[in-house]
Write a protein of this length. Structure first.
Ligand code: SAM
Ligand code: FES
Length: 343
């Protein structure tokens, strides 16, 4: 085994210089993916956990320069799902074998704390054996606590980039990296299982930025890490920027698996969007989670955060069938399970 990979495999860490070497070459990729898959199989076997994603609103008060549903994209067709629609998505998901529901949206003040508490407690009541994951963006510690108290278990909030200079290039002045990071620590303190992460190949990203991301994750110690390639959306200020690469995303998935052996690591829809076999390649590189869409088909295409997003036309049942085939062809197995982190 290559010395660097051997060290990463045994010690789950490398120096900054060593990380630069491994991130900036594609020569080690094959061995890196094999080692990541080995460690993943030692802990999780061939299991792949599925999370049913419900994208319940694409209204957003923020204006991230990379995101297709940013406030200033006047061409976005906006929608909101009612509590009943969300509960129906969960019901259908449950019958298909989903035991985790992920409620994601833009930062939409319409869903105030009272409404979110009502939605979360109803899901908790209907599905006591399921995990409820929220991904609603930045909120106060009090709001996070209130959702936790009525049954939410997990929260996904990518830090996006751990570098203050890079963060400023991706977000307007009104947004703050410090606050985003504080939210993550607040969520952990409350008792949530926390997921963070970043986009790979976002505009102006350097290898040093990626190392800062890895170091931040080592500090945070999240249960889940979501990474996917940045993909250009034509109605954003970054319409002329290039999308990120599949190859670098796969390399980072393997590095993350080796650095955080127990972590829950999704092969993201963004990866599947840039490459026909992207999610399968992600699994082979160390990922162990898939997040198919449970949103009603008539709104799917409007949760348009980047161009050419896949899986916007299929019913949830079709998605599950398609994924089952893909996962077993790649040598893994989808399980009916909440898919908690193995610690
Ligand atoms: N509003 C919530 C938040 O801020 O965490 C959740 C919704 S937001 C659309 C979910 C994630 O989409 C972001 O954390 C970001 O990493 C990702 N995303 C946004 N625009 C993207 C793009 N153009 N390419 C790839 N991923 C993107
Ligand atoms: Fe708010 Fe993308 S700018 S979800």
């Amino acid at each position: 085994m290559n010395n660097l990979i051997n060290k990463l495999y045994n010690e789950h860490n490398l120096s900054d210089d060593e990380l630069i070497q491994i991130i900036e070459t594609n020569e080690l990729d094959n061995e890196l993916h094999i080692s990541a898959d080995k460690i993943r199989r030692e802990i999780y076997g061939d299991k792949v956990f599925i999370r049913g994603l419900i994208e319940f609103s694409n209204y957003c008060k923020n204006n991230c320069y990379y995101c297709g549903i940013r406030r200033d994209n006047k061409k976005a067709v906006r929608y909101r799902l009612s509590k009943e629609q969300i509960l129906n998505c969960c019901k259908e998901g449950y019958s298909l074998g989903f035991r985790t529901f992920v409620l994601q949206s833009g930062e939409d003040p319409y869903y105030n704390d009272d409404l979110m508490i009502d939605i979360v407690s109803s899901i908790r009541h209907n599905h006591p054996d399921c995990a409820i994951t929220l991904s609603l963006g930045e909120k106060t510690k009090e709001s996070y606590k209130a959702f936790f108290d009525v049954g939410a278990n997990r929260y996904l909030l990518r830090h996006e980039t751990a570098s203050p200079e890079h963060y400023r290039k991706l977000h307007p002045e009104s947004m703050s990296l410090e606050n985003r990071k504080q939210c993550l620590f607040n969520l952990k303190e409350i008792g949530y299982q926390v997921g963070s992460g970043f986009m790979v190949g976002s505009p102006f990203q350097t290898t040093e930025n990626l190392i800062e991301d890895l170091r931040f994750l080592q500090k945070l110690k999240p249960d889940m890490i979501g990474i996917g390639p940045y993909i250009t959306h034509e109605e954003t200020p970054f319409s002329n920027q290039k999308s990120g690469s599949v190859e670098l995303t796969l390399r980072l998935l393997s590095i993350l698996r080796l650095m955080f052996p127990y972590v829950l690591l999704p092969a993201t829809t963004a990866l599947g969007t840039l490459h026909k076999q992207g999610r399968e390649l992600g699994l082979k590189a160390g990922a162990n989670v898939l997040m198919p869409n449970l949103s009603p088909v008539n709104v799917r295409k409007f949760y348009d955060i980047y161009d050419n997003k896949i899986c916007t036309g299929e019913e949830a049942a079709q998605c599950k069938g398609c994924l089952e085939k893909r996962v077993s062809a790649a040598g893994y197995r989808i399980v009916v399970d909440r898919g908690d982190v193995e610690k």
